[in-house]
Design a protein around this ligand. Structure first.
Ligand code: GDP
Length: 534
């Protein structure tokens, strides 16, 4: 039998390793610079030799955080990658999220697996639709948020105006960790509020290399000019006077969001950000199990599946279940159990994931992400553990808003059709609904956003060899799950259709928002709160 690391590592070692972890996601409205920042962070931490020299979508297609046919064709980032890098004595686990709102459920799942988020804001655009929604999601999950105002090298809004926007939209007080010297589009460097000096950078056009930075005295720097320095000192002073300064506890409690400025494309301000995360961002903390009892970090190994991803490696048809380690040490080969079924699970094919390549994992600690390759029977939200059983709260499903019947165009491949759709459902890529008769004409695919249908269509063809046809959208725009005992009551409401999940749980479909709110009001006892609702 293989020795598990549990016998070789002491509880204090687990705590020590957990303290060294920073597990986070970079989130933003699309185009704010998430991929660019990810590459720049990696460049600073030297995971890859250099960040993508140009940051255009096309050239990024083969870069470290994107994959998949649909993504390449459309140039959007759909799936989430785990990127791991070391910086000083700390291990950073950066989980990338899809920016497109059609994949908001994927983003939410990733956010359940992190300890804090870095929110990118485009200096010229300020708070955008997705920025607000993501701030809301972080609030619901109790995540501390570090705000980064990016693209300061381009003309944009006034820094204080941005602070007002953040405060108004998020209900968190923005506090300046650093302050830009030079207005947006005329970025000269970064100062710490109250400091007589600033970190002057040279301007680099693209992010192929690190920018040269030098600490200089602001008041006597002849190249800067008196006015820019005075403006910076004043701006930082006003921000501090109005909003106060950074304080760890309010940040962890979600009352404050520390703000830093960057021009990620030029690698400016990124080291500053890394240093801030190193010193102030939270390490993993004990996570509550389903009953609400926090699982101590140094208990036996436990973790849960927050994401399942197929087709990551074009050379092999494979599927990876991403597991966030919540407690203990994971070592490859150890004997694990799948908490929901009690079955043993093999951990022989576990990997850390760095972009597209894999490094075989030997040991992982709380906060780390382990990829289980081709491990059957794992679903999003499942718990894996060693020793005594623990179950973490399941993953909430978003309420789908689009519904289309799927048909196989190849009747001879009916089995594959069924199997393929079942797999997409298990991964959480799409939801599958059937009517009370089992939908003999074809199941209903249910999604939050239209692009999910495209992904399902494409994956059925590529991975399962089945051409499918999707009927025009059904005339419903909202849905809510409810309890089985209420089926006859809900099914009798006019304009409401009841369909069933593979588990047999019913879901009510509503034609429009008006009908939805009317029914929710009248049957408030029937419909529970759900994750996607704000
Ligand atoms: P994402 O959609 O959030 O991943 O955004 P990307 O990283 O793809 O960036 C979107 C566009 O903004 C790309 O053309 C980038 O080159 C550009 N970009 C990102 N960061 C900066 C920056 O700091 N300054 C400037 N000028 N452009 C940037």
């Amino acid at each position: 039998m293989l020795t598990t690391a549990d016998t070789t590592s002491t509880p204090s070692r687990v705590l020590e390793e957990a303290m060294r972890r920073r597990t986070f996601a970079v989130i933003s409205h699309p185009d704010a610079g998430k991929s660019t920042l990810t590459e720049s962070l990696a460049l600073h931490a030297r995971v890859v030799d250099r960040a993508g020299a140009t940051h255009g979508k096309a050239s990024r297609a083969a870069s470290l955080s994107d994959w998949g046919e649909v993504e390449r064709e459309r140039g959007i980032s759909i799936t989430s990658t785990a990127l791991r890098f070391d910086y000083q004595d700390v291990v950073f686990n950066l989980l990338d999220t899809p920016g497109h709102s059609d994949f908001s459920e994927d983003t939410y799942r990733v956010l359940t697996a992190v300890d804090f988020a870095v929110m990118l804001v485009d200096a010229a655009k300020g708070m955008e639709v997705q920025t607000r929604k993501l701030f809301d999601a972080c609030r619901r999950l109790g995540l501390p948020v570090v705000t980064v105002i990016n693209k300061w090298d381009r003309p944009g809004l006034d820094a204080l105006e941005l602070f007002d926007d953040i405060q108004e939209a998020t209900d968190r007080t923005p506090v300046a960790v650093n302050w830009p010297v030079g207005y947006a589009g005329e970025f000269r460097g970064l100062m710490e509020p109250g400091s007589p000096s600033y970190l002057r950078h040279e301007v680099v056009a693209s992010g192929a290399r690190l920018a040269h930075e030098e600490l200089v005295d602001g008041a006597t720097d002849s190249g800067l000019g008196e006015e820019l320095w005075r403006d910076a000192v004043e701006g930082a002073g006003v921000a501090a006077e109005l909003n106060g300064t950074f304080d760890a506890q309010p940040f962890l409690d979600g009352e404050q969001t520390p703000v830093l400025f960057t021009a990620a494309a030029g690698n400016i301000g990124v080291r500053y950000l890394l240093d801030f995360l190193l010193h102030h961002a939270p390490a993993p903390r004990p996570r509550p199990d389903r009953a609400g009892a926090p699982r101590p970090l140094d208990a036996a190994f436990s973790g849960y599946v927050f994401k399942i991803q197929a087709g990551m490696n074009p050379a092999h048809r494979d599927q990876v279940a991403f597991v966030r380690v919540n407690s203990g040490v994971f070592s490859r080969g150890m004997e694990l159990r799948h908490a929901q079924s009690g079955r043993p699970v093999s951990s022989k094919y576990a990997h850390h994931l760095v972009g597209r390549s894999r490094a075989t994992v030997d040991e992982s600690w709380p906060g780390d992400i382990v990829g289980f390759v081709n491990t059957t029977g794992l679903h999003v939200g499942d718990t894996l553990h060693e020793g005594r059983q623990v179950i973490f709260p399941g993953m909430p499903r978003f309420d789908p808003e689009r519904f289309r019947v799927a048909r196989s165009l190849d009747t001879a491949r009916h089995k594959r059709f069924t199997k393929g759709l079942a797999q997409l459902e298990e991964e959480g890529a799409i939801q599958l609904l059937r009517d009370a008769n089992g939908s003999p004409g074809g199941p209903v695919l249910a999604a939050v956003g239209e692009l999910q249908f495209e992904v399902a269509f494409e994956r059925m063809r590529r991975e399962f060899g089945v051409e499918i046809a999707l009927d025009p959208p059904m005339p419903y725009g909202h849905s809510r799950p409810f309890s089985r005992s209420e089926v006859s009551r809900i099914a009798s409401i006019s304009g409401v259709e009841v369909l069933y999940r593979p588990s047999g749980d019913p879901v009510a479909l509503f034609r429009d928002r008006w009908r939805l709110s009317r029914v929710l009001e009248e049957y408030a006892d029937v419909f529970p709160e759900s994750a996607s609702r704000t």
